[in-house]
Design a protein around this ligand. Structure first.
Ligand code: ADP
Ligand code: ZN
Length: 714
């Protein structure tokens, strides 16, 4: 008898379970229905694949996306697992071969689209009944609900599955579901006794970055220059921009193709394939691109235009880093985009819907405009708690500092003076930075001031000019094409009689791809070897090995077969097939560079438990705490501090987790048992569903307090 952990190690080559994978697997093994909400890349597939290998009989996986079936099946087969799919892409010979395998009981997993079950007078269903079906896994389960973002009518028919197969457990899985959708899924699938598993929405390996859109193309190409070997998606709003941007990037030496719904089927498929197989690095796409992409090594998702709401932003950025490695989400923001999107948000004849869309848009805009932690804002939006500081978004990593900017100011003012106060901001900046563009007049290129500001980025110059204008050292005149001009305050600065203080944004820390040092050159060599194998076997390269596996190889430098077994991703079949070839690449590299194995530094990763979550005490919390200890009520503290009562409650809840306050100081004793029981039933990651269950009587603050109380006492 194999245990789940043994299968995880032997078949998949992974060391430990993630999130609540193990509990989910055990629930399914007890033949209990389960509902799994886990973010993209969380590892939903293993939750049914491991039971499938333990149960005698067949696991039927229902998936809406034909393109993904092959991918999933390839990934299983390459680990030596018997799996197949049935869909319209197979020839009739291929299909009948699968039928034969099924009849002979040779398959552990079968992937099908929902409509297959019910077509042709439910013939297939009768066929399944003649087999030994051990488990149904319903992937992308939100497709059954009108409330979800991707309703598919074929999914509706799955309602009868429970009735047709009352003895077969069902596991429904999704990455996107609010409470409404969730209840709807359980209801429609008739999963009355299902255990519900909800994981945090946080994607810790995605680093969020929101930057001003001004000067975007330069910033973008500077970023891409340093990420030549990485795959990424650039989202734009219109079909037209996908083509123009892809063209421009290609012209500038980048590997990019467009993708949008207006392209022919062949062209779309070709471009998608090139991207998935790593033959093209960048796909410039409208939101039509993404569903049905399983590519795990997407290192960056860039939004060149504003997404229409936070759900879309979360979903699109979520396509980065499925392999768990550090990845970046970069959004270029401009207020102009908000205005543009407002027009789209208006649904004619439906003021109610328009209002909702506009509200969502303004929440998206305020995510971009505020200085608070991006991750916190996103998680709070989904009703989930988060620490004030995540440490890996642009807000958390930068600070604004005043500095003596007299010299910068002098450069700026003398440029305006030499250009005789006759040009606009962009021209002056390009002139200062020594732009080679034809737009800069030849006479200007001969001036001594030309190019004296080349050491400062375009973006920083824009900010400095804004500051100089608001400080009154410069002014803009004319409304349609504003011209920069000197003011009466300018001469003092130019003559060195007055100092100017400017503000700069300082990035505290560069985000690095890997936490540990690794051999970059070896990593690239390994990628080449992997891609050769992928081409040979005609599968995407991430099916051979994820970037995470290659990174481990390039970090720990295994020298023997025993060593390489400890690398995540080498299950027994992959070890037998690829162990030696990959080992050879590593050992050759190590000999050449005189490096020894670092495998002893690899400690099996322990999944962090919630108790270990670090929550930091901040000054603002202490102030609230002290006032509370001075016998002030929450309302009084809120008034004194000019903050909302909810904020004060969250400050105080912090002290419950550290044991400084008792839960009974914040929550009346008779409410505690019901809150505890709701938390036990629904988990503590999402507050909104708990609030919905508990009703008006219980506040968010009280729920938070009890959660922290449980964390303290556990
Ligand atoms: P989801 O379907 O939730 O988006 P997947 O099931 O595709 O995610 O898993 C994402 C990646 O994480 C896959 O490459 C998978 O093999 C890997 N993975 C899943 N569980 C683990 C684990 N416990 N340890 C290491 N890698 C894992
Ligand atoms: Zn942050």
């Amino acid at each position: 008898m194999f245990t789940p952990i043994q299968i995880l190690k032997d078949k998949f080559g992974y060391q430990s379970f993630r999130f609540n994978q193990e509990e989910i697997i055990n629930t399914i093994l007890r033949q209990q229905d389960a509902f799994v909400l886990m973010p993209t890349g969380g590892g939903k597939s293993l939750c049914y694949q491991i039971p499938a290998l333990i149960f005698p009989g067949l696991t039927v996986v229902i998936s809406p996306l034909i393109a993904l079936m092959k991918d999933q099946v390839d990934a299983l087969r390459i680990n030596g697992i018997k799996a197949s799919y049935l869909n319209s892409s197979l020839s009739s010979e291929e299909s009948s071969e699968v039928y034969n395998e099924l009849k002979r009981g040779e398959l552990k997993l079968l992937y099908i689209a929902p409509e297959r079950l019910f077509n042709n007078n439910e013939q297939f269903m009768f066929f399944l009944k003649s087999l030994r079906v051990a488990l149904f896994a319903i992937d992308e389960a939100h497709c059954i609900s009108h409330w979800g973002h991707d309703f598919r009518p074929e999914y509706r028919m799955l309602s009868s599955l429970k009735k047709e197969f009352p003895a077969v457990p069902i596991v429904a899985l999704t990455a996107t579901a609010d409470k409404l959708t969730r209840d709807d899924i359980l209801n429609k699938l008739q999963l009355n006794q299902a255990r519900v598993f909800i994981s945090s929405f946080n994607r810790p390996n995605i680093h969020y970055n929101i930057l001003p859109k001004r000067g975007m193309y330069d910033e973008l190409t500077t970023y891409l220059e340093t990420h030549h070997d990485d795959s990424g998606i650039i989202y734009v709003l219109s079909r037209n921009s996908t083509e123009t941007l892809a063209q421009k990037l290609t012209h500038d030496g980048f590997s990019a193709v467009p993708y949008h719904a207006g392209l022919t089927n062949e062209c779309r498929k070709k471009n998608q394939d090139l991207f998935v197989k790593d033959e093209v690095k960048i796909i410039v796409a409208t939101i039509a691109f993404g569903m049905g992409i399983n590519k795990s090594n997407v290192r960056f998702v860039i939004h060149a235009d504003l997404p229409k709401n936070i759900e879309s932003y979360y979903q699109e950025t979520g396509r980065a880093g499925r392999d768990g490695l550090k990845s970046e989400a970069i959004l270029y923001y401009s207020g102009g985009d908000v205005i543009k999107l407002k027009k789209f948000a208006m649904v004619e004849g439906n003021p109610e819907q328009s209002r909702i869309m506009l509200r969502k848009l303004s929440q998206m805009a305020s995510l971009c405009e505020s200085n608070t932690c991006r991750r916190k804002t996103i998680l709070n939006y989904f009703g989930e708690e988060a620490p004030d500081v995540c440490g890996s978004c642009d807000s958390c990593l930068s600070s604004r500092e005043k500095f003596d900017g007299t010299i910068i100011a002098q450069k700026a003012l003398s440029a305006v003076a030499r250009l005789e106060s006759r040009f606009g901001l962009t021209y002056v900046i390009d002139f200062l930075r020594g732009s080679k563009s034809e737009k800069i007049k030849e006479v200007h290129k001969n001036l001594t001031t030309y190019g004296i500001g080349g050491d400062i980025s375009k973006d920083d110059w824009f900010r400095y000019f804004q500051d100089l204008i608001s400080l009154g050292y410069l002014k803009q005149t004319g409304s349609e094409y504003p011209i920069l001009a000197l003011t009466e305050k300018s001469p003092a600065v130019l003559q060195g009689k007055e100092s100017v203080f400017l503000v700069k944004t300082i990035s505290k820390k560069e985000i690095s791809f890997s936490e540990k040092p690794y051999e970059k050159e070896l990593f690239n060599e390994l990628k080449i070897v992997r891609n050769n194998w992928a081409r040979q076997e005609n599968v995407p390269s991430y099916i051979i090995f994820s970037d995470a596996t290659l990174l481990e190889l390039a970090t720990y430098l295994p020298q023997t077969e025993e060593d390489i077994k400890k690398i995540s991703g080498f299950g027994e079949v992959k070890l037998a097939k690829y162990g030696q070839p990959f080992l050879k690449v590593v050992t050759t590299y190590c000999t050449k560079h005189q490096l020894a194995s670092r495998i002893s530094e690899k400690i099996p990763k322990r999944e962090r438990r919630t108790k270990a979550e670090r929550v930091v005490e901040t000054d603002t919390k202490i102030i609230s705490y002290n006032l509370f200890k001075d016998k002030k009520t929450i309302l009084e503290i809120a008034t004194i501090r000019g903050l909302s009562p909810a904020t004060i409650e969250s400050h105080l809840a912090f002290y419950i987790q550290s044991g400084k306050l008792k839960v009974t100081e914040l929550v009346s004793e008779d409410k505690i048992p019901q809150i505890v029981s709701a938390i036990k039933k629904y988990g503590h990651y999402l507050l909104t569903p708990l609030k919905e269950v508990l009703g008006e009587e219980v506040s968010y603050g009280e729920i938070r307090a009890v959660i922290n109380h449980l964390k303290y006492t556990n």
